[in-house]
Design a protein around this ligand. Structure first.
Ligand SMILES: [Zn+2]
Length: 303
C-alpha cells in the first residue's frame, strides 16, 4: 500500500506533468466501488476544469481545479439566485455579490486515494487501456490521466475545500503534536496510526519512527514525556523526509504508463527485520501485534 512518502512522490510527479492542463472530458467505468462521489458530480466538476496544481494531503492526491465544472457552474448560480429572491433589495448588490462569490465557487478539488493497488497514470491516447481502468480524464494536451486499480480499494471523489481529518505530519508544530497524544490510553503505535490525529503515517514509518525515537510501540501514549514526544516528533519528520528524498529520484517510475516499477524503499532499521540483529546494539529485533498490525522494535534500544 502506498504510504505518505510514495503519495507525496506521486503527487509531485503528477504536478510536474499535468499542472496547467485542462480536462476536456471524463470517462468513468461501471464499477461503483472506486466512486466516492456520485458519477455525475465527478464528471461535472472535472470537465473543462484547469488543473491548477497537484498536491498531497495525508495519503490523498489532490488535484486543484479552476474554472471547471458544467455541473457546478450551472448549479451554483441557480442556488445563489434562489437565495437572493428571499431578500428584498438584493438587486442593487447583485453585481457585487456575483464578483465576491465566484472565486470560491470556481475552485474545487479532485481527490484520489490509491487504496492498496491504485495507480494514476499519465498516458498517450494510443496506449492500451489496462484492465481495471476505472476512470480516464482526457486532457487538452492530448494526454490522458488514467486511474487503474485491480483491488478497488482506491477512491475518487470531488470536493470543495478538501481537508484531511488529522494534522499533517510534516507541517504540524511540536506543541500541537504533543497535545495530540496527551491523555491517550492507547499504545503510542496505535495513536500514530490513528488518521484522525496524524494524517498519513502508516505501519512501516510508525515502526521506524518509534525506533529512532527510542520508544517502544506498546507504551501508552499518555506515558510519554514531552521529551519522548519531542524525539518522536523529530523522528517522524526525519523518516518521512528521508523516504521522500529517496523517492524523488525515481518519480517517473510511479506515474509512467508502464506503472509497474517498484517503490523505492527506505533502509528499514526494524520493520520486517524480526529475529535479525539491531543495527545499533545487535539485540534481536522483536515483532509483536498491536491492534492487528505487526510492530517491530529493539527491546534494548526502545524503552
Ligand atoms: Zn538495539
Amino acid at each position: 500500500m502506498p504510504e505518505l512518502p510514495e503519495v507525496e512522490t506521486i503527487a509531485r510527479g503528477l504536478a510536474k506533468r499535468v499542472t496547467g492542463d485542462v480536462i476536456d472530458s471524463v470517462w468513468l467505468g461501471s464499477k461503483p466501488e472506486p466512486l466516492k462521489s456520485p458519477a455525475p458530480a465527478i464528471v461535472g466538476t472535472l470537465e473543462s476544469a484547469r488543473i491548477a496544481g497537484v498536491r498531497r494531503v495525508g495519503k490523498h492526491i489532490v488535484f486543484d481545479l479552476q474554472n471547471g465544472g458544467r455541473a457546478h457552474s450551472t448549479a451554483s448560480p441557480g442556488s445563489a439566485a434562489q437565495g437572493r429572491r428571499r431578500t428584498p433589495d438584493v438587486r442593487k448588490s447583485k453585481t457585487l455579490a456575483d464578483k465576491s462569490v465566484r472565486p470560491t465557487q470556481d475552485v474545487a478539488q479532485w481527490v484520489v486515494h490509491l487504496g492498496m493497488t491504485g495507480r494514476m497514470l499519465v498516458c498517450k491516447p494510443g496506449d492500451p487501456v489496462e484492465k481495471h481502468t476505472h476512470a480516464i480524464a482526457r486532457l487538452s494536451s492530448g494526454r490522458e490521466l488514467r486511474f487503474v486499480d485491480p483491488r478497488r480499494f482506491g477512491r475518487l471523489s470531488v470536493a470543495h475545500g478538501f481537508q484531511a481529518a488529522g494534522s499533517e505530519p510534516l507541517d504540524v508544530q511540536l506543541d500541537r503534536f504533543v497535545s495530540l497524544f496527551r491523555g491517550r490510553k492507547t499504545p503510542i503505535k496505535s495513536a500514530l496510526l490513528n488518521q484522525k490525529l496524524l494524517s498519513g503515517v502508516g505501519n512501516i514509518y510508525a515502526d521506524e519512527s518509534l525506533f529512532r525515537a527510542g520508544v517502544r510501540p506498546r507504551r501508552r501514549a499518555a506515558s510519554l514525556t514531552r521529551e519522548d514526544l519531542r524525539r518522536l516528533y523529530l523522528a517522524v519528520q526525519e523518516v518521512l523526509k528521508e523516504a521522500i528524498a529517496l523517492g524523488g529520484s525515481s518519480i517517473s517510475d510511479y506515474v509512467g504508463a508502464d506503472g509497474e516499477a517498484g517503490f523505492f524503499q527506505l533502509q528499514h532499521r526494524v520493520y520486517g527485520r524480526e529475529g535479525e540483529p539491531c543495527l545499533v546494539c545487535k539485540t534481536s529485533i522483536k515483532r509483536i501485534v498491536i491492534a492487528g498490525r505487526s510492530s517491530h522494535y529493539c527491546p534494548k534500544c526502545q524503552k
